[in-house]
Design a binder for this molecule. Structure first.
Ligand code: NAP
Length: 492
């Protein structure tokens, strides 16, 4: 894909932008109202279209937590400012947040982590100012889980090449748009060579297209370590979904916690801006909530729609308010001096037009490649079937299981190569003392690797079905001369 391909316009071109506002649950309506007041006072050119999602919707029996009217509004406006949403116990299967992210394919979760004046943390004074770009829809969060036996659960970690390329290009574009210099890709490619390794490989392929950006790879556990011992070294970090979920909350903790952390969720056709915190039901409706996180999310939204002047004005007013420490909400004010949501918001409005000692960055529009519609397909020049991995539930010892599986291969083109248990080879030989559970991966290799072998597969599976309880089967394939499968610990 060409990074200089036509870009999605981040501005509507019209004097006003219509934004879908979802106040949400708990403190959501209070913080939304506060943000809308500040944006109006800053002269932001926004028309709000209010929409509903969350607890009340679930209770009306809508299992997604999002009514069709709300989905239609977002499809129309393409921009959402959202308060926190609850999934009430006993209603709905999926969270309304996840519904929105998946429905609009909001693949990029952007979490800026910046030291804020007046918010004391053990890391104050270090100058932390970084952004975490998290892939938001793939990985373990596809929610594909199966019990393999009554006591063994499995979750599918699905990572795709276009999924990696989209998020990596978003991260490079964001690094450029925010006039930053460094982008680190954080993965666990050393252990998960196919899935996490895919992110690393795509990153290394794409990086040379952005010669002005210092690109590096870091193992995710070291990244977590470095975030705590020297967080100021990072500029932008791009990572897979699960890694990003964890390190983005960790990083928020370095600068004052989830209560002041903003975020955006970016897709090709819609973008959603929200605070990281939840609905804080204990303080809801009491004028106690801190609207800072949603305000900072709205600043991200203003930049996204191209209203850089209003974004900087609101950001600076907020920073002046925090710097001066007057009229802060109870959660961040010095003891005994806290005020309510409304008074804090009034103070931010009063500070509009002032400049803090913390200048805003120079931002440019975020230019993203347009992804082609249709089913993405990576065609390989050659694809050779090498064999099968069959996952079998058994309480037999490995030697006894192996004897029975070898008997099943008689008269077929397959031979039993190895049996493993939770990733460690336990037959024909094993090292150490493996702890065995009732789920074995049994690897069968074809005597004559070929392009398909459907009859051979059917033959073997019929034999195995007669004798064994198998749960799932994976084909062992070689794409363009490279194995599309890993080896078990101890397998040669
Ligand atoms: P939470 O709502 O973030 O609240 C945890 C605590 O953090 C609150 O009790 C409050 O502490 C403090 N807090 C959070 N936001 C604050 C703010 N803006 N101003 C002042 N204090 C704030 O987390 P939770 O209790 O785990 O979740 C509550 C509900 O929110 C759950 O239903 C959850 O599913 C949902 N949730 C939604 C989202 C989302 O929509 N994106 C995200 C997270 C959670 P004090 O008690 O000390 O005042």
């Amino acid at each position: 894909m060409d990074a200089t391909a036509p870009v999605i316009s981040q501005t509507t071109g019209s004097p006003r932008t219509t934004v879908t506002a979802i106040p949400g649950d708990g403190i959501g309506p209070e913080v939304m109202r506060a943000v809308q007041r500040v944006l109006a006072a800053a002269g932001a050119r926004i028309t709000w279209e209010e929409a509903e999602a969350g607890a009340a919707v679930f209770k009306r029996g809508i299992a997604s937590g999002c009514p069709q009217d709300t989905l239609d509004s977002i499809a129309q406006t393409g921009i959402v400012l959202k308060g926190p949403l609850e999934t009430p116990v006993g209603y709905g299967e999926k969270s309304a947040n996840v519904t929105l992210r998946k429905f609009f394919e909001l693949y990029g979760n952007i979490r800026p982590v910046r030291e804020l004046p007046g918010i004391r943390t053990p890391f104050s004074g270090r100058g932390i100012d970084l952004v975490i770009v998290r892939e938001n829809v793939e990985d373990l969060y596809t929610g594909i889980e199966h019990m393999q036996s009554a006591g063994a659960a499995q979750c599918l970690k699905l990572i795709t090449e276009p999924g990696c390329e989209r998020i990596i290009r978003l991260a490079f574009a964001l690094t450029q748009a925010e006039s930053r210099r460094k982008l680190a890709c954080a993965t666990k490619a050393n252990i998960m060579k196919m899935t996490e390794g895919m992110m690393k490989r795509v990153f290394e392929r794409v990086a040379p297209e952005y010669p002005g950006i210092e690109a590096s790879h870091i193992i995710i556990d070291n990244c977590a370590h470095q975030l705590v011992i020297a967080p100021e070294q990072f500029d932008v970090i791009v990572t897979t979904n699960m890694n990003g979920d964890i390190i983005s909350d960790l990083a928020a903790g370095l600068v004052g916690g989830l209560g002041v952390a903003p975020s955006s969720n970016i897709g090709d056709n819609a973008a959603m801006f929200e605070a990281v915190h939840g609905s804080a039901p204990q303080i809801a409706g009491r004028d106690l909530a801190n609207p800072t996180a949603l305000m900072l999310s709205a600043v991200m939204m203003l930049r996204h729609i191209g209203d850089f002047a209003a974004a900087e004005m609101v950001e600076q007013a907020l920073l002046v308010t925090l710097e001066e420490g007057r009229n802060l909400t109870g959660d961040i004010a010095p003891k005994g001096t806290g005020v309510g949501t409304t008074a804090y918001t009034d103070q931010v409005i009063a500070n509009l037009g002032r400049t803090s000692g913390h200048p805003s960055r120079q931002y440019q529009p975020l230019n993203l490649p347009v992804w082609p519609k249709g089913v993405w397909h990576h065609d390989s020049d050659s694809r050779i079937m090498m064999g099968l991995d069959v996952f079998i539930e058994s309480d037999h010892a490995p030697e006894r299981l192996a004897a029975s599986l070898q008997a099943a291969t008689e008269g077929t083109d397959f031979t039993l190569k190895m049996i493993e248990n939770r990733g460690v080879q336990v037959w024909p030989a094993h090292t150490g003392e493996p702890f065995l559970v009732d789920l074995f991966r049994c690897r069968f290799l074809l005597g004559t690797p070929s392009e398909g072998a459907p009859d051979e597969i059917a033959h073997l599976m019929k034999r195995l079905t007669a004798e064994h309880h198998w749960m799932h089967v994976e084909k062992l394939q070689r794409f363009d001369g490279l194995d599309g499968f890993t080896r078990a610990q101890g397998e040669n």
